[in-house]
Design a protein around this ligand. Structure first.
Ligand code: F6P
Length: 363
């Protein structure tokens, strides 16, 4: 089939690198192949409402270094289970056919969907309906199956590392234990990488259940060595040996309703109680997702975007672009999606090396 017009949609939480992906898609499509490109605004909601706008070399100019997404995003609007209010009640309906009709109405031959697992699950489902879909993996959490790195992760790690550097000053000056709570959902990638890069003394990740007594032991051992302060980098999804995780809130109309959070404060309180070391918790939150992408993420996003267009021209629909080592590759959305989360292997090299240099994982 001759491809003349393509569209791109960004879904889920914002992530540094989304704009560079959009830019690479538009530039490759127009410059190399002479295609027309449309942007779907506000994620899948815009697909339902027909909010498609032309993307040109002019209107994507100057976005490479900008955080967020010029197309806006939504992490709630699953068209296969879309909420409507009827007689005061919320009723969910499958309105995916409206999205398919809108793509036809605008003459779109193929759709690039940039998102995490929720957004890409719908991408797979649109592919099953016959839409020519290419997925691009996005998340600071780096937890998507089948790709070595997602864009946004490097930036998030950079931001957290800088914050840990800054928190060292207070920890050291006040002889405190400072607990830094970072994002990552059920995967410990951000905590592990930024904890090592920032010189944390203790790293707690969901993949290695922690014993609070071991965490306190690490703080006390440092005191014995004459170090009056400690930095504990904890993933929001960290799990205790008794299986507890901290849930901050539940957002019913979200594809992934559970929002983790609160573990940092709990650990700081426990450390202070058990060791007598004054402790504070800092939650970095959405700071990790905002702002300018790192140069690594700009390059990776550019590669993802350009490869997505190449895959369209090669007719490789129903696939997600992946990074394997240093090479761009792809895998089927069917294989990537479905309760598979790429988590940290507790026996991986970085965990081993971190332990070898004395970092405690509370185990
Ligand atoms: O998936 C990205 C992420 O930032 C997670 O690390 C975090 O748990 C979640 O999104 C926060 O979601 P929200 O922006 O809806 O609070």
């Amino acid at each position: 089939m001759a491809i003349k017009k393509i569209a791109i949609l960004t879904g889920g939480g914002d992530c540094p690198g989304l704009n560079p992906v959009i830019r690479a898609v538009v530039k490759t499509a127009i410059t190399k192949y002479g295609l027309e490109v449309m942007g779907v605004k506000n994620g899948y909601r815009g697909l339902y409402l027909g909010e498609l706008v032309p993307l040109t070399l002019e209107n994507i100019s100057g976005i490479l270094h900008k955080g967020g997404t010029i197309l806006y995003s939504s992490n709630k609007d699953n068209l296969f289970d879309y909420p409507f209010e009827e007689n005061g009640k919320i009723v969910k309906k499958n309105v995916a056919h409206v999205g398919v009709e809108n793509l036809k109405k605008f003459g779109v031959d193929a759709l690039i969907v940039v998102g995490g697992d929720g957004t890409l699950t719908s991408a797979r489902d649109f592919s099953r309906l016959g839409v020519n879909v290419i997925g691009v993996p996005k998340t600071i959490d780096n937890d998507l199956y089948s790709t070595d790195f997602t864009f946004g992760f490097d930036t998030a790690v950079g931001v957290v590392t800088e914050c840990i550097d800054r928190l060292h000053s207070t920890a050291e000056s006040h002889h405190r234990a400072i607990v830094v709570e970072v994002m990552g959902r059920y995967a410990g990638w951000i905590a592990l990488h930024s904890g090592v890069a920032g010189g944390a003394d203790c790293i707690l990740i969901p993949e290695i259940p922690y014993d609070i007594d071991k965490v306190c032991e690490a703080v006390e051992n440092r005191k014995k060595q004459g170090k009056q302060f400690s930095i504990i980098c904890v993933a929001e999804g960290a799990k205790s040996i008794t299986g507890e995780i901290s849930v901050m809130k539940v957002i019913e109309d979200s594809a992934d309703p559970i929002r983790l959070g609160g573990i940092g404060a709990k650990i700081a309180e426990d450390i202070e109680k058990k060791t007598g070391v004054e402790s504070r918790a800092t939650v970095l939150g959405h700071i990790q997702r905002g702002g300018t992408p790192s140069s690594y993420d700009r390059i990776l996003s550019t590669k993802y975007g350009a490869t997505a267009v190449e895959m369209i021209m090669d007719g490789k629909f129903g696939n997600m672009v992946t990074l394997k080592g240093n090479e761009m590759s792809y895998d089927t959305l069917e294989n990537v999606i479905g309760n598979k989360t790429k988590t940290v292997d507790p026996n991986c090299e970085l965990v081993r090396i971190a332990k070898d240099i004395g970092i405690s994982f509370g185990d």
